[in-house]
Design a protein around this ligand. Sequence first.
Ligand code: ADP
Ligand code: MG
Length: 461
Amino acid sequence: MENIELKRFWENVKEELIGVLPESVHPWLYSLEVSGYDNGVLTVVTGQAMARDWLKKNHIDQMNSILNKISDNKNSRFNIIYDEATAKKIKKQTDKIIKKEALIQQKEMAMENLSYMQSSSNLNLKYKFENFIVGDNNKFAHDAALSVAQKPAGKYNPLFIYGGSGLGKTHLMQAIGHYTIFNNPKLKVKYVKTDDYINDFISNSRKTNNSVENMSKFYKKYTNIDIILIDDIQFIESKEKSMQRMQHTFDTLYNKGKQIVITCDRQPKELPSLSKALCSRFEMGLMVELLPPELSTRFEILSKLADDNDINCEKEALMYIAKHYSDNVRELEGAFTKVCAYAEINKVDFSLELAKKILKCPECDDYISFDKIASVTANYYNVTLNDLKSSARAQKISVARHAAIYVTRELTNASFTSIAEYYGKKHTTILFAYDKVKKELNTDKDLVSTIREIKQALKVI
Ligand code: ADP
Ligand code: MG
């Protein structure tokens, strides 16, 4: 028998002996160390002469019959030896083996736990800090997220990450989850999309008729955790009951000293139908903004993507993509994937020429058309070009500015960043203006004809 097998075999026998023999002899049994098992003879060594004498005199038959039963060998028997030095030596070895086994087991359990946690907490394996490229646009947000991951419920609680679509909010938020699961596996992490939270709440309220004890199941699910990651909170806007429930969840976690991380496509105060109670809670920690990445960061993101996927591509091709996809990293990656798929299927190189052919990005000088659009719109509203670029908030000027921003985006497909630069505004302001006009066009007929007239004046329709 191998050493380790022998130890296991002896552990089994010992367990059985302890179950059968009187408690008074258990200390003698514990003093026994196994040293060999040959030809049916199980040799055990003790450092106490009394143990050998007592067991031999009073219990040897019972011990042998238990050994027979476990070993399946009717002729097996015990050989109990008294030898202090050997007993000590074996005990030392056994302790070592036990320690080693426990360590292996612990490691296995940790790995199992890790993969279980990662899958059960719905985290995307790609969304880790290691895969997040840091640039000026996201450094502050990245550092805050890392700090939260390293020390949950410390200085930054809640952490509120906001910014336009495809700028890495979900990625950064989930990176906190991965980091915690890996480095601090005892902490429970829950990632939840706001939509799922709302649906879960509604279906629970329906099923349970809002009964207190059943709602408490829902309550526990979202509060019996150490770190909650709530993605895209903007979807809770206007949903009164869900907002109340979220407030509850927030307060419970916060008061228990748990970390809350929230993402949103804009700042809380820019969500007009968000309850005041939630808005003030979201604002009480740290709010960080993700901005569109600069050209060099976009290029780095693409280079990493190519490296990670072992794809050989021309630098100029990556630069071309990086130049033309500036607002949204998801779209940037999408453009890369499109060219990549074409190159792979047709077995051609990932070249600048191919990227141009597939993506067909407009090569226009945005600034000329920006000027033209701005002056035509200013003219239409009877304001000046300077008014549009100023920070004046008079209604007439801001309505004109919103329209100009909307038309610029629609006609040039220029990035929100470059439009923001042109008007001297923040990226989120431009996004907000564009969204607002787009929404209003569904209901406001006057606005529809205004935009149409501006486009006609620009001779594009
Ligand atoms: P959001 O939640 O803001 O809409 P995501 O987190 O889903 O955006 O990001 C969209 C895609 O862009 C993801 O594939 C993400 O990995 C990638 N991405 C965004 N920012 C970065 C970055 N700084 N470095 C690497 N990948 C990024
Ligand atoms: Mg997201």
